[in-house]
Design a protein around this ligand. Structure first.
Ligand SMILES: [Zn+2]
Length: 63
């Protein structure tokens, strides 16, 4: 499995629907909202949430 953030292959963790290496996970866990990099992670979280939400949306019958 490759890290979904930096693309490194190695000691990766599976978090929600994505694969993240330990380096990225630590960065992610310790990141500050004021950090420039936060935008990158914010987008990632948005992607995660859309993965999480979409199966439920599909279950909703259209009327
Ligand atoms: Zn990584």
């Amino acid at each position: 499995m490759y890290c979904n953030i930096c693309g490194n292959r190695g000691d990766n963790l599976n978090i929600f629907m994505i694969t993240m290496c330990k380096d990225c996970f630590e960065e992610f866990a310790n990141i500050s909202i004021l950090d420039e990099e936060y935008d990158k992670y914010k987008n990632l979280i948005r992607i995660l949430l859309s993965y999480y939400i979409s199966p439920k949306a599909i279950l909703n019958p259209a009327k």
